[in-house]
Design a protein around this ligand. Structure first.
Ligand SMILES: [Zn+2]
Length: 87
């Protein structure tokens, strides 16, 4: 993984804010321009897809509650902070 990226953390912030909506339409999410240029968010989306797949196995509902998304986003934020340490 390279540490030199042209996007800004603001782009990531914006993208992750839209993530719950984008994730609802998987095709659109995969084709999202930000994912083409941001390995960080690509990795986050893969993690999120995995988490969502597990959640679907656990929960007999199609629409995760806002609390579920809140938990996922908190997990993502923690991971982002860990993964974007620069020296
Ligand atoms: Zn990003």
């Amino acid at each position: 993984m390279t540490s030199k990226q042209t996007h800004t953390s603001r782009d990531c912030d914006e993208f992750q804010r839209q993530l719950p909506e984008l994730f609802d339409s998987e095709q659109e999410l995969v084709a999202h321009a930000h994912l083409q240029s941001c390995q960080n968010c690509s990795a986050l989306v893969r993690d999120l897809e995995y988490i969502a797949a597990q959640a679907k196995l656990l929960l007999p509902i199609h629409d995760p509650s806002p609390a579920v998304w809140d938990n996922i986003q908190h997990a993502l934020i923690r991971e982002t902070k860990d993964g974007t340490k620069t020296s």
